[in-house]
Design a protein around this ligand. Structure first.
Ligand SMILES: *Cc1c(COP(=O)(O)O)cnc(C)c1O
Length: 497
């Protein structure tokens, strides 16, 4: 019972710990922006890959049982410390890794705004601005790839894997009208899709997730340049049809993850048209070449693809995840994803608009497009072209420096990804690529990886897709490689040197 004589003690607002007070919030934003600025400003001076350790991370997390609340800035400091010390610094100018670039400043700003406004991109009517902005961008990129603006459709998604999965679903639904309702069991044969041995492995998962099984994905042999071979593919399609199987999709790659190989898209478009199968081009990272007039020709034929995967979070440096799947079939995505519910808002039912939840694998969806929109609005196509052009030139410079330093480049691509090995054969004391990569990474001087081209031996792999990398960084990478090679030779038993 309250005593009327006593002034009532103010009940603390239960939301306070979530909303914080005005001064706490102001201090928090200031602290966060300071940390962001410090990270982006100073990461170039840190080792690219600090020693990473499960024990170190678990040791810090273990004592945290969430029984005693932390102060906001203390919690931020805890997270920042973990991020600084326990991650490969992909925004580092000497990270020559897997297309994880430095994020654009406008992209970081956009993701902050998106978190705060928290628009829901499930129903169009909940945020006409966000939905129409994404549609505008999809058209802008669709037309860059050569689609007619009037027919471009698509959706933003988490990344290339989801985009590829969506494309497989569109192709399946288009080829087999019974698929949507009755699934693959309704079909008269086993559906088959084709991709080269160099294609991205998300197609394996897509085949599994679509209920086709991974054996539905037929690996097409590549030619001497590791490109999907259209003649071999044509023969495979013929054989599969003869055996009663149902070819429905060719997945070409516009810049393989591994080696930047671009499949012969125009001949594949012809084959797909002749055979009546869907052509998808996975241009997750290489698609950015469409922004450079001098490289656009490498993707010739992409405008004839039925669908395209493109990731803005790779070569366009937008923070993860910012994938897109585009199609020139205005209703294909709707056919694959259509759904109606009693509870979703119907406010937009009379308008000529699309509700994203019926147009995507996702339901509640974050506003992905803003980070690309703000980045492109500020850089313009020209700003992006200038950055890409410099990276292509740095890739070329890397090839030249490697040749001078006694390394042999083993891939051919106009894109800035370089596969290479010691000029000296292994049996004559040539360095083991995996040991070299490990030594370079351990030194903290740079980050690069190894891979294999088809069934070949391991080779070193470096790509230049960070807009902050310059000539000095490329030079430093080659120097670090040289040091690692020397160190490895010195450690060999005398007879093997
Ligand atoms: C990176 C990549 C993918 C996968 O994209 P995520 O954004 O990681 O899901 C698919 N295809 C290619 C060619 C890629 O390079």
């Amino acid at each position: 019972m309250t005593d009327p004589a006593q002034p009532e003690a103010a009940t603390p607002d239960p939301a306070r710990s979530l909303l914080l007070t005005d001064p706490e919030r102001r201090a928090l934003w200031a602290r966060v922006s300071e940390e962001v600025e410090r990270y982006l400003g100073e990461v170039g001076r840190a080792p690219v890959a600090p020693p990473l350790s499960v024990e170190a991370v678990r040791g810090r997390l273990g004592p945290l049982a969430f029984e005693t609340p932390m102060a906001p800035e203390e919690a931020v400091a805890f997270a920042v410390e973990g991020l600084w010390t326990q991650q490969v610094h992909t925004p580092h100018p000497r990270y020559f890794g897997l297309f994880n670039p430095a994020p654009t400043a406008m992209g970081v700003a956009a993701d902050t705004l998106v978190a705060a406004f928290n628009p829901q991109l499930a129903a169009w009517s909940h945020n006409p601005f966000a939905n129409e902005l994404e549609r505008h961008l999809l058209r802008a990129f669709g037309t860059r790839f050569g689609y007619d603006a009037e027919v471009v459709d698509g959706t933003f998604c988490s990344g290339g894997a989801e985009a590829n999965h969506t494309a497989v679903l569109m192709a399946l639904t288009r080829a087999f009208p019974a698929f949507a309702e009755e699934g693959v069991r309704a079909l008269d044969g086993a559906p088959v899709l084709y991709a080269s041995s160099q294609s991205h492995h998300s197609f394996v998962k897509a085949a599994r997730f679509c209920g086709l099984g991974t054996s539905a994905l037929r690996e097409v042999p590549t030619d001497a340049h590791h490109r999907l071979d259209p003649e071999r593919l044509e023969a495979m399609i013929r054989e599969d049809r003869a055996a009663g199987r149902l070819p429905f999709l060719i997945a070409a790659t516009g810049g393989t993850t591994n080696a930047g190989v671009i499949d012969p898209i125009a001949p594949l478009a012809e084959l797909a048209e002749r055979e009546g199968v869907w052509l998808h081009v996975d241009a997750a990272w290489g698609g950015a070449a469409a922004l450079l007039p001098e490289l656009r020709g490498a993707l010739a034929g992409i405008e004839r693809a039925d669908s395209i995967t493109f990731d803005a979070h790779k070569w366009l440096s937008v923070p993860m995840g910012a994938g897109m799947v585009l199609t020139r079939h205005a209703t294909a995505l709707h056919e694959a994803c259509r759904i109606t519910t009693a509870y979703m808002p119907k406010d937009a039912a009379g308008l000529d608009v699309t509700d994203p939840y019926a147009h995507s694998l996702q339901w509640s969806r974050r506003f992905i497009g803003l980070k690309l929109f703000l980045s492109l609005a500020v850089a313009g196509w020209e700003g992006y072209a200038a950055v890409l052009r410099r990276q292509v030139a740095l890739g070329e410079e890397l090839r030249e420096r490697l040749a001078v330093a006694g390394w042999r480049v083993v891939n051919a691509t106009p894109l800035p990804v370089v596969l290479f090995e010691d000029e000296l054969p292994r049996e004559e004391g040539g360095a083991d690529p995996e040991a070299v990569a490990e030594a370079v990474v351990r030194s903290g001087a740079a980050w690069l990886s190894t891979t294999r081209l088809d069934a070949g031996p391991p080779v070193l792999r470096a790509c230049v897709t960070n807009y902050r990398s310059d000539s000095e960084d490329v030079e430093a990478l080659v120097a670090a490689l040289g040091r690692a090679r020397l160190e490895l030779r010195a450690n060999l038993p005398a007879g093997a040197r």
